[in-house]
Design a protein around this ligand. Structure first.
Ligand code: SF4
Length: 387
């Protein structure tokens, strides 16, 4: 996949650095006390330059720094990375959404000011819980008080768009009070909340504790209860539940993530980053040192590519549509019969659509999953015939 850069209106940069590995995390990270911010920015600039050399660039509407922990780049490091990308030819469209994932301990007044000056206008903060015992168990490097303080610091610096991440389905023995955590999050008045269920990945500390029997994961029933409690509490507080894990105040949905779910092309830079050009996927070399070495040796950092066939495109569209409140149009009679049952069970709702197209008007019925349906998302999608 090369030469399609003109299609990219969305860019992602994977910043792999973390100060230690969280107990549940199996992302591609590089644990570093001293983060090589300048060297990393130079490598990202090299990758971007090589991949976009032959193509005209469109101004990007969203730029997202994820990780890892991008805030570990520090106040100057984020600015340096954005300057490097700009010098390499990246241009931001007017009103572009520029998101930085941050951990609370990195959010100082000086850092927040510098990020704002650099063009960052949205923060996604890894809060996870307001229980210090749960945070220690997760190997997080911040306290509950630090999260609240970081949030207030970011607001005071002028960030009008702040998302917080929370994790549910923690082991019962931790005694974590999920309702209290949701309430504490709402009291901060964030613009967006992402709620993720803890999963046990084999190659993590949690995976090893579970295999040894020293940790017992939450039951599926309790995890489902917590998912539904989040839905009731957050929608009751005025948030729109617009994707399985995502809640937003009206007008505050993540434009970047929404582009993924709509299958709009995006370019992903940095170790392990994925890209999609509308017809094929590409993934970068995952390990930081290997990605950097590949760029040093003249490559563009690609670890592999895959051309999607028509069936894969259709299956992806269906899955991604159903995981959001956009839903999907299911026209096959067999699927219509299945979704009638979903509606009867309370797992889905149907609505008529009537939209103008270039060739006239188009009417159909969209199926949207409810929160109860999202609990069963994978099984429901697997039961459908390809549309
Ligand atoms: S901070 Fe995020 S990326 Fe880093 S180890 Fe923890 S969960 Fe993983």
């Amino acid at each position: 996949m090369t030469g399609h850069a003109a299609l990219y209106r969305h860019a992602y940069v994977h910043v792999p650095f973390c100060s230690r590995r969280c107990s549940y995390c199996d992302f591609s990270i590089a644990v570093r006390r001293d983060v090589p911010s300048e060297r990393f920015a130079a490598s990202v600039g090299t990758e971007f330059g090589r991949r976009t050399r032959s193509a005209g660039l469109t101004d990007v509407e969203t730029l997202y720094f994820g990780g890892g922990t991008p805030s570990k780049l520090g106040p100057a490091g984020v600015k340096g990375l954005i300057s490097t990308l700009t010098e390499a030819g990246l241009r931001l469209a007017k009103g572009a959404e520029v998101t930085l994932e941050v951990n609370p301990e990195d959010v100082t007044a000086a850092a927040a000011d510098s990020w704002r000056e650099a063009g960052v206008n949205r923060l996604s903060m890894g809060v996870q819980s307001f229980s210090d015992a749960a945070l220690a168990w997760m190997h997080r490097t911040h306290t509950a008080a630090a999260s609240s303080e970081a949030f207030r610091t970011a607001r005071a610096a002028g960030f009008a768009d702040i998302s917080v991440d929370l994790i549910y389905a923690l082991p019962a023995r931790l005694g974590r009070d999920w309702a209290a955590d949701l309430q504490r999050a709402i009291e901060l008045e964030p613009d967006h909340i992402s709620v993720y269920g803890l999963t046990v990945e084999p190659r993590t500390p949690l995976g090893r504790w579970t295999a040894r029997g020293t940790e017992v994961p939450q039951t599926d029933e309790n995890a489902a209860e917590e998912f539904l409690a989040a839905h009731a509490t957050l929608t009751g507080a005025g948030f729109e539940h617009y994707e399985v894990s995502s809640y937003a105040r009206p007008g505050k949905r993540s434009r970047h993530n929404s582009a993924y779910w709509k299958r709009v092309p995006y370019i992903g830079l940095g170790p392990s980053a994925h890209s999609f050009d509308g017809s094929s996927r590409r993934w970068n070399v995952a390990a930081y040192a290997l990605w950097e070495a590949a760029l040093g040796a003249g490559s563009d950092g690609a670890g592999g590519t895959e051309d999607l066939d028509a069936g894969q495109h259709a299956a992806e569209s269906l899955y991604l549509g159903l995981r959001t409140d956009i839903g999907a149009e299911l026209a096959l009679p067999a699927n219509a019969a299945r979704t009638a049952r979903w509606v009867a069970e309370g797992w889905a709702a149907r609505s008529g659509t009537h939209s103008g197209t270039h060739s006239g008007t188009h009417s159909g019925t969209r199926t949207r999953l409810t929160a109860e349906g999202w609990l069963r998302l994978d099984a429901l999608v697997a039961s459908l015939d390809p549309e």
